[in-house]
Design a protein around this ligand. Structure first.
Ligand code: DGL
Length: 265
């Protein structure tokens, strides 16, 4: 039987699990190494130079240690900065996660789209360029959230997170004169991989229904294309979870579904 490919998935914390979940569905045969750089979380609160100086050498060390066939940077805050640096430094395929502005603007009917990301992601030149290249006449509102990634981490870890705190981060995405305005926002781009962890609550707390755009399925398709045809699901294809803080964690039950039922070592 051919050796299963190793896929390394990197995020500042637990948000990349929403990308991992889709990749595991597309490639159940692969071996997964999920790395949460929780020692440096949240990336949204760091400067661009700090993130580049942190991520590029750290990913190099992880490649050295785990010899992956492909690396996914499952973090918009990092991907909008580091992809070209990583590709220059290391010879293997990288897949990034950047705001899904193009598909959102194609599908919006009211032509009003919001991009909900970290403060870092919405400030990036990269994000501004996606808007100027792909907005196609849509009005795009950039909403930088200071807290939503941390609230998502807290919720996944079983802590109580108040609806009011989530609703406050969400409110600026909803532009228009209430539910009867035909030109109100109808599409919100989830431009941080943490936010789909809260999707049910975002949907419930939204002032009116919108389409939420999560790029994870498209990222999974890209990974599957780059790796080529899948082998059959293999017993050897395990999963590892690494926290850079080396803090002990008791999240196994919450994490297992993201790994397709595997218990990460
Ligand atoms: N999950 C990360 C993203 O997609 C960001 C969270 C953070 O601020 O660290 O942008």
């Amino acid at each position: 039987m051919p050796t299963p490919p190793t896929i390394l998935i990197f995020d500042s914390g637990l948000g990349g699990l929403t990308v991992l979940r889709e990749i595991v569905r597309a490639r159940p045969d692969a071996h997964y190494v999920y790395v949460a750089d929780d020692a440096f979380f949240p990336y949204g609160h760091h400067t661009e130079d700090e993130i580049i100086a942190r991520v590029v050498p750290l990913v190099g060390e992880l490649i050295e240690a785990h010899a992956p066939d492909l690396v996914v940077i499952a973090c918009n805050t990092a991907s909008t900065l580091v992809m070209s640096h990583l590709r220059d430094a290391y010879r293997l395929p990288f897949v990034g996660t950047v705001p899904a502005i193009k598909p959102a603007c194609i599908s919006s009917r009211t032509r009003r789209v919001s991009v909900l990301g970290t403060r870092g992601t919405v400030k990036r030149e990269y994000t501004r360029k996606l808007i100027s290249d792909f907005a196609q006449g849509c009005e795009v509102t950039l909403v930088g959230s200071g807290e939503l990634a941390s609230l998502a981490e807290a919720a996944l870890s079983g802590q109580r997170v108040r609806d009011e705190d989530i609703a406050a981060e969400l409110a600026p995405c909803f532009v228009g004169d209430g539910a009867n305005d035909p030109a109100r926002t109808d599409t919100v781009v989830l431009a941080c991989t943490h936010y789909p962890l809260l999707l049910e609550r975002l949907t419930r707390l939204a002032p009116w229904p919108v389409d939420w755009i999560d790029p994870a399925p498209a990222i999974a398709r890209r990974v599957a294309d780059l790796l080529g045809p899948a082998g059959s699901e293999s017993d050897e294809a395990g999963a590892e979870m690494i926290f850079t803080s080396k803090r002990p964690h008791a999240l196994t039950d919450a994490l297992t579904p993201f790994f397709g039922g595997r218990v990460p070592a």
